[in-house]
Design a protein. Sequence first.
Length: 88
Amino acid sequence: MKGDRVEVVVDAGGSVRTYDIEATRAGRRVETTHGRGVVEVAEVTRGGTTVRTARFMSGRVLALVEHPAPRPGAEDDDAPVTRLRATA
């Protein structure tokens, strides 16, 4: 969904670099895969076509944080939760 983004923090040999990969248009999403020593973050269309890809050596990745876009109707998430206690 537009606004979804993934933040990747990478060790750059003495310093740290941060990369943000974001779904830039409506209908696109950000997918994260890892395997064989590589972390891959891709922006993908509804049809599954990859628009852009970022690849990182997994040994250098310090953090991988997914930030979902606010979803419509999510305003109620901040409402207090009422817990009911079962009585026997």
